[in-house]
Write a protein that binds this ligand. Structure first.
Ligand SMILES: [Fe+2]
Length: 247
């Protein structure tokens, strides 16, 4: 449950020690993407801490089913998996009605995108995009095909580990988070130039989904658990006592 006043509270500042720096030459495209001047911290305005608001009616029935939402002549090729978990804020409260958008390569490591020229074939039955809203407990769930690793033009013989891209919008624009989810046990995680821009080992671990045998669908799909933490609000700590403690 959200606390009264929580929806309009100021967000905590991002922790720069946990997020990777913008300028990381080992990840080549960061050189041009990163700002050349120091950032300026601004007070959040109401528009950043009270919106967006999403409605379930805006989403389609198959939006969270990447196995079925682009199927044309049959089912997509690859490992059938479920990904599920909770979206929480930094105070440990669930973030209900958060929009989660995911996109990924197919089982061979190829994106359905005109600029992806990797030799692995496009799967005619796999689009690679999905979206969903968290429920009242911050829980989300989708079905998909496990993506394959792919080579990329960074340095010679750099390969991306299997990953799914995430965009999250909570109930405040300032909570927006763009990130990637990896799969436990993938040896490419340790050598990935993008992963290696993250200096905090615990932050790296937080991006790795773990197998969840209890959520497996028998004779259908294995499951992975992936929880996500968005920025928290100071409002809960501005009470006369911290939530959970006696007054
Ligand atoms: Fe990717």
């Amino acid at each position: 449950m959200r606390l009264p006043g929580q929806d309009t509270g100021e967000l905590y500042q991002r922790n720069p020690a946990r997020h990777p720096p913008a300028y990381t030459p080992t990840y080549k495209t960061s050189v041009l993407r990163s700002p050349s001047n120091a950032l300026i911290a601004l007070q959040s305005s109401l528009s950043e801490i009270t919106g967006p608001q999403f409605a379930a009616s805006e989403l389609g029935a198959l939006d969270n089913d990447l196995i079925g939402n682009y199927s044309k002549s049959g089912l997509p090729i690859g490992e059938r998996i479920i990904v599920h978990g909770y979206v929480l804020d930094e105070n440990g409260y669930p973030v209900p009605n958060a929009l989660i958008e995911v996109w990924q390569a197919n089982a061979g490591g190829r994106y359905r995108h005109t600029r992806d020229q990797y030799i692995a074939p496009i799967d005619p039955n796999f689009g690679g995009c999905g979206r969903m809203l968290t429920d009242a407990n911050g829980y989300y769930y989708y079905r998909t095909i496990k993506p394959g690793p792919y080579p990329w033009r960074n340095h010679v013989n750099d390969w991306r580990p299997a990953h799914i891209h995430y965009s999250l919008s909570g109930d405040a624009f300032g909570q927006r988070l763009i990130t990637q989810m990896y799969f436990a046990g993938d040896p490419l995680i340790a050598t990935c130039p993008i992963v290696r821009t993250i200096r905090d080992e615990d932050a790296v671990r937080s991006l790795i989904a773990q197998p969840d045998t209890r959520a497996t669908t028998q004779f259908d799909a294995r499951a992975y658990r992936f929880d996500i933490v968005l920025r928290g609000r100071r409002a809960t700590l501005f009470e006369d006592h911290i939530h959970g403690e006696s007054a």
